[in-house]
Structures are given as C-alpha cells and as structure tokens.
Design a protein around this ligand. Structure first.
Ligand SMILES: [Zn+2]
Ligand SMILES: [Zn+2]
Length: 548
C-alpha cells in the first residue's frame, strides 16, 4: 500500500447546489474535477455569479496535472476562465463538453493558450499518478461522464451528475456495466450526486416531457416561448422535435443560447434540420402560431431574456397577450421567490405561463433515492461521500447509504473546505481549507467581500443620508447650516421635523470641537439618532468643505 495520504478537497458543491469543484491530491500531484459557478441568491446584491474559493490550489498550482470536466452545465464549467487564468493545466472533456468550454474560452480570448484534450466515455487516460476511466452517465445534457480514478491509495468513483434513464433523449443510457465492473474491483470511495436525495422513488425518464410538450403545442394559439438553461441541450432537442411535429419553426434568443445550439449542432449532439430554425428577427415577423422561441431565464434572473420580458425591458420584442410561456426547468433552491415574481409578471403582461407543478414540462436530470441506492449497490464502495447538494441533501444521501448497509463511520458528510484523507485504506477527516464564496461582479473577481455585501444590504434596506458640512478654516465652526439629503430612507416631505432635529444634533456635535474627528462623530451619532427615531439604519455619509 502507498505510504502517502490521498486527499479529497471539496472546494464547491458540498453544502450548496452549484459551483461544483473538487481537488484530488496525492503527494505532489493534484487533479481538479469540475470548475463550476453558482448564481447569486437574491440577497447578494449586484453579484453576477459566484465561483469557488480555490486559494488552496493556488499555493500548489505547479502540482496541478489536469482539470477534468464531467459535463457542460454551468455549475461544472462556468468558472473555467477564472481557474485557467491562475492555473494553466490541461483540460480533459468529452466532445460536447469541450465544445461548450470552447465557447467560453473564445469569449475570454483564452482558447489559443489552453490545452484541451477530447476524451470519450469508455476511455482511460493517465493524468499524473491518476488513472482516469471515463464512463457514460445520462443527465439533462448529452455526453456527460462519471469517473473511475485509480490512485496509489485505491479506486475512487465519482458519479458526476447522473440519473438512470432507460429512454434518454439521445438514446444512450448510463453505463450500468461499467459501474458493476467497478463493483468487482474494491472501490475505496464513491463520491455521488446528492441533488435529489430527499425525493423518494425514481426520476422519470426525459421521455415523459414529449407528451407534455405536445399538449402545450396543441393548445397554444399564439407564440410559444420556452425558457430553459442555455446548456440544457437535450431540452432544445425535445423542443425542436415538438416544433417539427406541430408545424412550427424555432428561433434561439440570447447569445449563450445561440452559441451553445450552434456548437451542439455542429458536433452532432443536436439534430435540427436547417429549415426548422429561423433567426429571431424573422421569427418575430411570422404568424404567431408558427413559431417557438427558445429563451434563457428560468431562474428569474433579471438580466435574462424571460426576466427582461417580464419587466418589459427586452429590446427586441415584448410579451403580448396570446403568448404561451413554458418554464422548462426546476427552481434552484433559493431562487423560488424571484421565479414566482417573474411568473406573476408574465401573467400580468397577458401571457399564459406553464411551469413544473402545472404540467410535467421539466424532468430532473438527477437521480432520486432508488437510483442512488442502486448506484451504491452496483459500485460496492468501502466509503461513501455524498457530493453535489445542500447539507440536507448530503445528510439524506448518507441515511440512504446507511439503509443499505454502509456503516455509519464509513460515510463522510462534509461541506466545502473540509478535507477528507485516506491512508492505508482508512478514512479520516483532515484540515479545513478555504471553501467559501468568491463573488464576481461585472468584471471584478473577489473585490466584493462580505463587508461590501453588508453595505449593499444596508443601502437596499434603509437607504442613505448624506450630510454636507461647510467648516471655517481657522475656527472649525460651521459656516451656515448643515445640508442633509437622503434617498431610500424616509419620505422627505414628511421628514422635515426629523431632519431639523438631525441638523440640530449636527450643530451640537460640531460645536464640541475637534475637527479631525468631526466627520466620524457626526456619522456615528446621526446613525444612532436616526435609529432611535425611526428604527431604521440608513447609511450616513458626511463630507466637509473648508473655507475662510
Ligand atoms: Zn448537470
Ligand atoms: Zn450539476
């Protein structure tokens, strides 16, 4: 047996849904699995997306032998440019996943200097000391893989995102045979997707969406707008099939939707005849009953196409009465409120909106409880480590593993940043490393820390007050009245008395002297004053000007 420790370092996706990233370390070698992003929750103001904190790897970047990407979804690929900007390691991905990564790298002008290796399910590749066997899994995007990683410390199986669909859209079921074969090879640990661990039963096949789409297409009199993720390639195929069956043509709306569809068609993962696709400007001039528009924005994101349509701020076209909008995706936990707001607004604008509980227009791409148990039974691991999910999902997954005979002490429920170590075939919980959020805001990465976020929250909640003091150069006394303006705090016309009291306070504070501290003192004391009077905490800014 090897003498060194094998370390599994979860950097994202454990304790949350999104930004999946895991590092596997043995001696001087690191393998990275997935580089995902997460979309912000609605209390993270002004944040575009969140990437994993991978500062642990930055200290050892010359040890990274490769980056394996399991499939093309944003929560596995979205941070690739941020990771490559720091760590220039070769990437290993299947053809479609590679194609979708290329779209991102080209946008960031990083395609040329990146080493991309195409792998195929069924293949084995040696990456440093790690022998990686790729096996096919079905999911809501074609060409997804799970990994069997032979390390000097033992065989690790990583499920990727998977489900056991016998009739998937692309006709290629998960590789049961390979999983059973792993089961005969003493698997040290199984790392498995926990997304649906609190849902009993078996995830229905993607095929059940087809009749649901047929119902929608039969009943819709006007335009049909389908909202989904730009990376849900299988769903695009199903919409195209339905469009063909019902005599409509389809148009893709939004850059990521257009680019991903183009790439998937070019590589043969999306089979849509040319005559079925029209550009959006042409679709908008056609008879409403003849078109389907594929849009982004199922999570209520204000900047997405559906988000903009719901608020009437889309440039190219508006929602009109007679439109049918289908939300073909599942709410990511935390987004429910925004999604419901979007749905309500779409209704207000005259659309008919069809979403998951109303009709089965979305089916999960992730395994439910019976599939998760089957996976463990097939792979027969010594240890089980639930990955991809909030803590409640990881806990439920652990309970399922216990139910089918994995001893409690052989299951590790950990969140991002908690290292799991294997030595001499034994599992131990290791050190804590950074595993938090890095906010990406506009083009800035990580400039927005928790203190900025707290300030944005305060501004959004209670607004701000600005105080201008004109001070005398020599005496430090006030020249004229303090000026006070506010936004988002109180209705100014009703607040004259409040502001008059505030001005009085300011005069008193300034009169107490000590000019150097005047700004800070006024800010502090006015904040207290406003809180005692209104029970609200506006941010108070003071600026001074001097004169003689
Ligand atoms: Zn996925
Ligand atoms: Zn995922």
């Amino acid at each position: 047996m090897a003498s060194k420790k094998l370390k599994l370092i979860p950097l994202g996706g454990l304790g949350e849904v999104g930004k999946n990233m895991m590092a596997i370390e043995y001696g001087d070698n690191i393998l990275i699995i997935d580089t995902g992003i997460m979309f912000p929750e609605n209390d993270m103001l002004g944040v575009d997306y969140i990437i994993p904190d991978f500062s642990y790897i930055l200290k050892k970047k010359d040890k990274v032998r490769g980056i394996v990407v399991t499939h093309g979804h944003e929560d596995h690929t979205g941070a690739i440019r941020h990771v490559l900007a720091e760590i220039q390691a070769p990437i290993f991905a299947t053809r479609l996943t590679r194609g979708l990564l290329e779209v991102k790298l080209r946008r960031g002008n990083m395609l040329k200097e990146t080493k991309l290796n195409t792998i195929e399910a069924g293949e084995q590749v040696q990456i440093g000391p790690f022998g990686v066997e790729f096996f096919h899994v079905c999911h809501s995007i074609p060409d997804g893989v799970g990994l069997g990683i032979t390390t000097p410390a033992g065989l690790i199986v990583h499920s990727g995102d998977y489900k056991f669909d016998h009739t998937p859209v692309d006709g290629w079921p998960s590789d049961f045979g390979k999983l059973a074969e792993f089961g005969s090879r003493d698997v040290l640990a199984l790392l498995a997707d926990s997304t649906n661990a609190d849902e009993p039963g078996w995830t229905p096949s993607e095929a059940v969406i087809d009749p649901a789409f047929d119902d929608v297409f039969r009943l819709a009199k006007g335009r049909i707008l389908i909202g989904t993720f730009a990376s849900l390639i299988s769903r695009m195929q199903q919409v195209a099939n339905a469009a063909a069956r019902h005599g409509r043509v389809m148009a893709f709306v939004g850059t990521s939707m257009i680019e991903n569809a183009k790439m998937a068609r070019k590589l043969g993962y999306l089979e849509i005849p040319d005559e079925l696709i029209v550009p959006i400007d042409k679709a908008l001039k056609m008879k409403a009953s003849k078109v389907v528009l594929m849009c982004t924005g199922t999570q209520g994101e204000p900047s997405s196409i559906l988000g903009r349509l719901s608020t009437g701020s889309n440039r190219q076209f508006d929602i009109r009465s007679g439109d049918t909008v289908v939300l073909s995706s599942h709410p990511i936990p935390g987004n429910e409120e925004m999604i419901h707001r979007t749905i309500n607004r779409l209704f207000q604008n005259g659309a008919d909106v069809i979403y998951d509980p109303i009709a089965p227009v979305h089916i999960s791409g992730h395994a439910k409880q019976e599939e998760m148990k089957l996976l463990i039974q097939l792979v027969q691991p010594s240890y089980v480590i639930p990955i991809h999910g909030e803590l409640r999902h990881l806990k439920q997954h652990a309970a399922l593993a216990r139910d089918i005979g994995i001893p409690h002490e052989n299951i590790a429920v950990v969140e991002n940043g908690t290292v799991i170590e294997f030595k001499n075939g034994k599992m131990e919980i290791g050190d804590r490393v950074p595993g938090g959020y890095v906010f990406v805001d506009g083009s800035g990465v990580g400039d927005v820390g928790p203190s900025v976020m707290r300030e944005r929250e305060a501004l959004a909640r209670d607004g701000f007050v600005i105080v201008h003091l004109s001070l005398d150069d020599s005496s430090g006394t006030l020249r004229g009245e303090p000026e006070i303006v506010s936004k988002g705090f109180v209705f100014v016309r009703d607040a004259e008395e409040l502001f008059e009291h505030a001005r009085m306070r300011v005069r008193e504070i300034v009169a107490r002297g000590n000019e150097t501290e005047v700004k800070a003192r006024v800010e502090r004391e006015l904040a207290k004053f406003f809180y005692s009077e209104t029970k609200r905490r506006p941010m108070v800014f003071v600026f001074t000007s001097n004169g003689g």
